[in-house]
Design a protein around this ligand. Structure first.
Ligand code: AMP
Length: 283
């Protein structure tokens, strides 16, 4: 087992590309959700690359870019602890020494057009977010050139657009979506949960409870679930959105056998993002 920190594009020239490379892009401040992706990358590949880069292009002015938690030393310890369980494997921590490593000037073709997701749901709340995410992921993919990349289903719409981009640009990278890791009581883990005080953390459980309640009803009768969602949203205007969507295209045509319940709840200054995918009308 070895852990190496790469800080530049040139560092990747040392990488033996005959091996299978699994890649986990993150913004750091690692928790068990991130570590579950790294664990899978280590299980399935000889080398796991985890990037730690707080990407400026996915933050809009006024968002938390400058205050986003940066905890590199703690992150490294967590990575080391996990890596000891995989003695035959190598880990590369890619921590660009500055933004220019990712956003070097000049040589890019036009950016990927994210299309519909730019203006609905998360895109409606954060109009430049998916442009920023696809921009950074495309550049990270070009630098790391992984065989497989691992993303959390926690960010369902992000996973959706990355899969779409990889398909449409014919990038030779397999995208794996990984289950949401939750706190004991159900709150989806997120680096932004530390912005919540104790009272808000308890209140935040309502997001998971609501998703669970709607999911159970979807399994029985998706039309009743739809009615319940309308009632819940009308009773509490802190839901930025709570909606049933087709997981194939994010449309409201619930024509496949699964539905994704997408939620974004406003808790003070923090937006809590969560979702559940469930089979419909099967009970
Ligand atoms: P971030 O550092 O927030 O950009 O997240 C990096 C990766 O970790 C993304 O693919 C996220 O979807 C994933 N992730 C974040 N939170 C969780 C979680 N609670 N469970 C599983 N994956 C997660």
């Amino acid at each position: 087992m070895s852990i190496t920190v790469f800080q530049s594009r040139e560092d990747f020239q040392q990488l033996n590309r005959q091996q299978s490379i699994g890649f986990v892009p993150t913004m750091g401040n690692l928790h068990d959700g991130h570590l579950s992706l790294l664990e899978r990358a280590l299980k399935e590949n000889t080398v796991a690359v985890i990037s730690i880069f707080v990407n400026p292009t996915q933050f809009a002015p006024g968002e938390d870019f400058s205050t986003y938690p940066r905890t590199f030393e703690e992150d490294l310890s967590k990575i080391e602890k996990l890596a000891t369980r995989f003695p035959g494997k190598d880990v590369i921590v890619f921590s660009p020494k500055d933004d220019k490593v990712i956003y070097q000037e000049g040589e890019y073709r036009e950016e990927y057009d994210v299309g519909l997701v730019k203006s609905i749901l998360e895109g409606q709340l954060r109009p430049t977010f998916f442009d920023g995410v696809t921009k950074v992921v495309r550049r990270l993919f070009a630098i790391v050139q992984p065989n497989v990349a691992y993303f959390g289903q926690k960010d369902f719409q992000q996973l959706f657009i990355i899969k779409k981009m990889v398909r449409e640009l014919e990038l030779p990278i397999k995208i794996e979506g990984m289950p949401i890791i939750r706190e004991k009581m159900g709150l989806a883990m997120s680096s932004r949960n530390q912005y919540l005080d104790e009272k808000q953390k308890l209140e935040a459980l309502k997001v998971y409870k609501t998703l669970d309640q709607v999911a159970r009803l979807c399994q029985k009768n998706v039309n009743s679930a739809q009615e319940l969602v309308t009632k819940i949203v009308n009773e509490d205007n802190n839901w930025n959105y709570l909606t049933l969507r087709n997981p194939i295209d994010l449309s409201s045509n619930l024509t496949s056998d699964e539905v994704v319940i997408l939620a974004n709840y406003q808790m003070g200054a923090t937006r809590l993002l969560d979702n559940m995918v469930v089979k419909i009308n099967e009970l």
